[in-house]
Design a protein around this ligand. Sequence first.
Ligand code: SF4
Ligand code: SF4
Ligand code: SF4
Length: 195
Amino acid sequence: MSDGKKLTRRHLMGAVAAGVSLAALGGALRARAAPSTWLRPPGALPEDEFLARCIRCFRCGEVCPPRCIEFPSSLALAESDTPYVIATDIACTLCMRCGDACPTGALVKIEPRLDVMAKQVKMGTPVLDKDTCFAWNRKQPCHLCFDVCPWQNQAVRLVTDRLAPEFIDDKCVGCGLCSEACPVEEKSIRIERAP
Ligand code: SF4
Ligand code: SF4
Ligand code: SF4
């Protein structure tokens, strides 16, 4: 074996060793799973199929008018750089452009009509904290969540003499507009991601 070949092999072994330790370090740094309140964009396939199909091309984020899609890179490798909507910051306005732009079918195309979306979109489930909700704890009248919902009196209705919100999960698409609108600092409504 020539000196050149020995050198190459030594370098290769060193690179492999360095690669393994870097990968292990990267894995440790990125072991975090996404919080359950980070939502997939509308039309996402079930999570395992979504992760198998998403090629992290960022096109869904590029076409999103409110720029509500983020691609966090500090997650476990399988989820890293995939699209999430963090609705408490910026919610999805249900334009359905992301599904049109997705080249792999990880997000399916859905017609942006209320009757169609009501059947085909399920980003998550709303969970209300009545202790902090202004309408329920009587700190002040408030029904902003009701006002912004595209499915008023179906996905959310106002109940009791307090006109306080109540959510109907099987009519709610989980867009998060109500959560974004909630004026309570720590948000009285959270949307738990669909499985
Ligand atoms: S439906 Fe529209 S607003 Fe919602 S995530 Fe997709 S592109 Fe963004
Ligand atoms: S457009 Fe589709 S494939 Fe590209 S990052 Fe978004 S979900 Fe993934
Ligand atoms: S209740 Fe909230 S999450 Fe559900 S459809 Fe209405 S605004 Fe969207």
